[in-house]
Ligand binder design. Structure first.
Ligand code: NDP
Length: 310
């Protein structure tokens, strides 16, 4: 079985930056990219807050460039999913869904976080038939249709704005009467005539027929009434949960599953030689730039660890 000095699991800004730094340090890293190479930014449009791009940059383009930059210094990439990691002893054994197995002297975990769903009956079965958590991926299918977006954060605002390019009307259903989203994103939605807010409201049920979603039952906590709202699509914008299930409890996490750094400010975990960066260990900042910064830290930490354990 091939032994790698550094295996990076996950491929958002954190993973690609870790790859850039460790490949430039001649550590010949392997990035196991997962099913969504490039991570969450590949499903977004304009990124206006990544420094160095005065006019903004498209998320997929930014990620493609980060990958290319890491590739230039010899990073290897594998597009598969890690199903198991044995962290009981070093080198760690990494098993992939496609049957590949590797040994790793150090591991950098940068698996990010995935979109949350409401947990309603039939919700998952209706993905692709009116339920979505990615406006960028699916917005195109809602030309001249009515859609509802759930959530009050930046994700929901971004989804709603994007959907107005296609849909005739976009309703944002939020469980409170104030938004969590940043002020500029709020303003963008308030000023968009196609967007309307449905305050103090929770989606309780998805109504559908053979063609897919036709409506939602929405409960208003102020009026204590449930009403049927017709819709062609329901988009989730309620945040994300960290992708740590494959670690099967070997790495210390908080109650939501986010990896807990054990030697802050260093990106160390409770297993020596395993480091974590990006959204998988950050439920607070969750920005592309903070993820990239932590990827750099994890790579430098892995490099020093290897030097000390040579
Ligand atoms: P947030 O946690 O910020 O917001 C989640 C929203 O969904 C909240 O309004 C929350 O309601 C609501 N919500 C959560 N669970 C439920 C539920 N079960 N039912 C109904 N509503 C629910 O997540 P985001 O993904 O929006 O943002 C995460 C981070 O990423 C933030 O830091 C954000 O700034 C950043 N981001 C930046 C973007 C950009 O700059 N382009 C784009 C997207 C995200 P409540 O408010 O009541 O808790």
């Amino acid at each position: 079985m091939e032994t790698k000095k550094v295996i990076i699991i996950g491929s958002g800004p954190a993973g690609y930056t870790a790859a850039l730094y460790s490949s430039r340090a001649n550590l010949e890293p392997l990035v196991i990219e997962g099913h969504e190479p490039g991570g969450q930014l590949t499903t977004t449009t304009d990124v206006e807050n990544f420094p160095g791009f005065p006019e903004g940059v498209m998320g997929p383009e930014l990620m493609a460039n980060m990958k290319k930059q890491a590739q230039r210094f010899g990073t290897e990439f594998l597009t598969t999913h890690v199903t198991d990691v044995d962290m009981s002893k070093r080198p760690f054994k990494v098993t992939c869904e496609n049957g590949n197995e590797f040994l790793a002297e150090t591991i950098i975990i940068s698996t990010g976080a995935s979109a949350k769903y409401l947990g309603l009956p039939n919700e998952k079965e209706l993905i692709g038939k009116g339920v979505s958590a990615c406006a960028t991926c699916d917005g195109f299918f809602y030309r001249d249709k009515v859609v509802h977006v759930v959530g009050g954060g930046d994700t929901a605002m971004e989804e709603a704005s994007f959907l107005t390019k296609f849909a005739s009307k976009v309703y944002v259903v939020h469980r409170r009467d104030t938004l969590r989203a940043s002020k500029p994103m709020q303003e963008r939605c308030f000023n968009n005539p196609k967007i309307e807010f449905v305050w103090d409201s929770e989606v309780k049920e998805i109504v559908f027929d053979d063609t897919g979603v036709t409506g939602i039952q929405v409960y208003n906590s102020k009026t204590d009434e449930t009403t049927l709202r017709k819709t062609d699509g329901l988009f989730m914008g309620i945040g994300h949960s960290p992708n740590t299930g494959f670690l099967k409890g070997q790495i210390q996490t908080d109650e939501s599953g986010y990896i807990v750094p054990t030697n802050a400010p260093h990106p160390d975990t409770n297993v020596a030689g395993v480091f974590a960066c990006g959204d998988v260990q950050d439920s607070y900042y969750r920005q592309a730039i903070s993820a990239a910064g932590s990827g750099c830290m994890a790579a430098i930490r892995a490099e020093r660890f290897l030097e000390e354990h040579e």
